[in-house]
Design a protein around this ligand. Structure first.
Ligand code: HEC
Length: 265
């Protein structure tokens, strides 16, 4: 046991060192997120808009490999509909899956072929492989976004800050060719992803105005859900357990009083 604690402490100190070595970016802009706090839940409308932003903007470069289409219709997910407890029957989920092209195969003649997505498919990778992704992005790899809000410290605020943080480089700073300046990005504040969001980049189906700030917030809501899809369930279970323990405590106290009622002490 002690050995394990010591080795954990050693690992922790090394990883802390690594974070500092990478050179931290600017302090994140902090938002009041709907999903924060003990009662926090995902804002479903925002997460649905966020999926639209992912699909129309980010999906050109970033995969979301741990999310299958039917996950979008699971309980607690952006497109959950109580009428369809099985998300594979949900027409909205079917329609979303159909919009994506899946490379499947090989067929009988050994060739790969394209087909529209079905609910059981994972959201497909825009690139055939990592090398192809790098080749299209000046050698930089657009990371998978399934767990990105957990893979970065203070992930949701970081992602929001990164997406809204593009600005002109400070006087005297020379950017490498093709790079953009973003003070929130830790790698020397130069990032190989050009500002992906611009005013009105998507046209929201619910009529919300697509400002950069709005799109950033919405895509963060969606990607936070993707990284922690069971959050609402977990919080609900936590409350049920607390209430149960509280009632149990009352009951135990009551029976303690009853048992000792006639005993002088
Ligand atoms: C044209 C391609 C392209 C598009 C579109 C794009 N990205 Fe990126 N993204 C990249 C590349 C390339 C990198 C790697 C940057 C680097 O390492 O310098 C990256 C990196 C990132 C990172 C990681 C930053 C870090 O801390 O390491 C996040 C998060 C991210 N993108 C989110 C998004 C989101 C959200 C969208 C949609 C709103 C989006 N990207 C759209 C190409 C793209």
């Amino acid at each position: 046991m002690l050995k394990r604690i010591v080795s954990l402490a050693i690992i922790a100190s090394f990883s802390a060192g690594a974070v500092f070595a990478a050179g931290a970016g600017a302090k994140n802009k902090t938002q009041d997120w709907h999903f924060e706090g003990m009662f926090g839940t995902y804002d479903k409308a925002a997460a649905q808009r966020g999926f639209q932003v992912y699909q129309e903007v980010c999906a050109a470069c970033h995969s979301l490999k741990y999310v299958a289409f039917y996950n979008l219709g699971d309980k607690g997910a952006p497109f959950y509909d109580p009428e369809y407890p099985n998300p594979n029957d949900n027409p909205v989920i079917k329609a979303i899956a159909k919009m994506f092209t899946i490379i499947d195969g090989p067929d009988e003649s050994g060739d790969m072929f394209e087909r529209p997505g079905i609910t059981a498919d994972k959201i497909p990778n825009p690139y055939a492989n990592e090398m192809a992704a790098k080749a299209s992005n000046m050698g930089a790899f657009p990371p998978d976004l399934s767990l990105i809000t957990r893979a970065r410290a203070d992930g949701s605020n970081y992602l929001y800050s990164l997406l809204t943080g593009y600005e002109d480089p400070p006087e005297g700073m020379k950017l490498s060719p093709g790079m953009s300046y973003n003070p929130y990005f830790s790698g020397g504040n130069q990032i190989a992803m050009g500002a992906p969001l611009t005013e009105g980049r998507v046209e929201y189906t619910d009529g919300t105005e697509a400002s950069v700030d709005q799109m950033a917030k919405d895509v963060v809501e969606f990607l936070t859900w993707a990284a922690d899809p069971k959050m609402e369930q977990r919080k609900r279970t936590g409350w049920v357990v607390l209430i149960y323990l509280f009632l149990l405590a009352l009951l135990l106290y009551g029976s303690y009083r009853a048992v000792w009622r006639d005993v002088k002490h």
